[in-house]
Design a binder for this molecule. Structure first.
Ligand code: SF4
Length: 194
């Protein structure tokens, strides 16, 4: 199979359940949005509004500017997506910022993969090295710094390649998703064994 560009959001969803990218890419199923997804869009817009008024010193970067909803893609990595925000120093990006609605530090594997994948795309586009990224959490925008490590970068490529493998096999992937996960999943009606 020829490699194709994978949306970064599908890397995150693969970590939640490997069947989700399969449903999107192989079965071409577009599920109906759950109510909390609309709440997420409202939260995201509000954070963009608030960030225009916030000082960037909260990231330890006094001279940085923030650009939100940035479409980024890498032909080298076969990855693309719209990241929540990029911090720039002048014209050079210094970190990815992803918004999270919960106050607590969000270190689920999917969130870490997503932050790392966007950082890798910027590294490729600007020929730079990014050693950190941030989660901006909750209504008050609490900052959590995340290291962009080589291990996490390797994980990004492993997940991307697992998605290729599942697409090539065209067989419903095995899933270890829990009852709780399936209960909040928009694909529950398409998984006959759940
Ligand atoms: S219903 Fe469960 S097994 Fe099926 S895609 Fe969703 S999380 Fe995965």
């Amino acid at each position: 199979m020829r490699p194709f560009s994978v949306p970064v959001s599908l890397l995150r969803q693969y970590c939640f359940c490997p069947r989700i990218p399969f449903f999107y890419l192989v079965k071409d199923i577009k599920p109906v949005a759950k109510p909390w997804e609309k709440q997420g869009v409202i939260f995201h817009k509000r954070q963009c509004f608030l960030n225009a008024r916030r000082r960037m010193t909260r990231f330890g970067l006094s001279d940085a500017t923030m650009r939100s909803n940035q479409l980024v893609s890498s032909e080298l990595l076969y990855l693309h997506g719209v990241c929540d925000s990029i911090l720039f120093s002048g014209d050079s990006p210094v970190a990815i910022v992803e918004f999270k609605s919960r106050d607590v530090a969000c270190t689920t594997p999917g969130s870490l993969i997503q932050l790392t994948a966007y950082s890798m795309i910027l590294e490729d586009l600007y020929n730079i090295t990014l050693r950190q990224g941030f989660f901006l959490c909750g209504e008050r925008g609490k900052v959590h710094q995340i290291d962009i490590t080589n291990e996490r970068k390797e994980q990004v490529l492993l997940v991307r390649d697992s998605i290729y493998r599942d697409c090539e096999r065209s067989l419903l992937p095995h899933s270890c998703a829990s009852e709780f996960q399936c209960g909040q999943c928009e694909f529950i009606n398409f998984c006959a064994d759940r």
